[in-house]
Write a protein that binds this ligand. Sequence first.
Ligand code: 13P
Length: 251
Amino acid sequence: MRKNIVAGNWKMNTTLQEGVQLAKEVNESLKSFKANCGVVIAVPFTHLASINDVIDKNLLGLGAENCANKVSGAFTGEVSAAMVASTGANYVILGHSERRQYYGETSETLKEKVALALENGLTPIFCIGEVLEEREANVHFDVVKRQVEEALFELSAEDFSKLVLAYEPVWAIGTGKTATDDQAEEMHAFIRNTIAKKYGKEIADNTTILYGGSCKPSNAAQLFAKPNVDGGLIGGASLKSESFIDIVKAF
Ligand code: 13P
């Protein structure tokens, strides 16, 4: 059966020293109890190698927040999937709405990033989600279906089964306005059904689908109790070890 995961997305926060300290704290806390889910932190590129050295990867997975859509070469400032993997990281967030919105990422480039991540043994945490106007116009299901189809549905069944998906309604990110557990469940069930139609029920049932958007200790348990919500992708609340661990304990 599919794995439950709580993943932190630190975004562009913490200096290297602060990040190493935070990772150590999370790692220490995870030694003190048995988590009922996988736990991952996705951190800035600059922090990956140092954090990899101070955490127990049996307790805590490590990921990047992005990678390039090119293999290598003259792409100043980019960081390749192979470089990410060479730090010891195992995950990479791809298609986050902030990347789509501020850096013009499209399904075309994301398709290339997903392929390169998989080739380098990284597990993509692939983000999808509608903006407020799309929900208000009642096209949120169409939007999310298109995001999944365009970037992911050319993958082989074997490759698709390596992905983690994250539904993050853009209107809920960093706004304090969480989707209700029923809204999350409704969309997660829809995504799973969309996957089942393409890849079959077994692969759909085995796909981990995380919820992201103002997930915090006070609402995590209610969200995670829904049958199709397999954990969370946590922004703000992952920047303090205590709140992040409280979310882990919601499982
Ligand atoms: P917040 O938890 O800060 O709303 O961010 C969610 C998110 O974007 C995680 O990727």
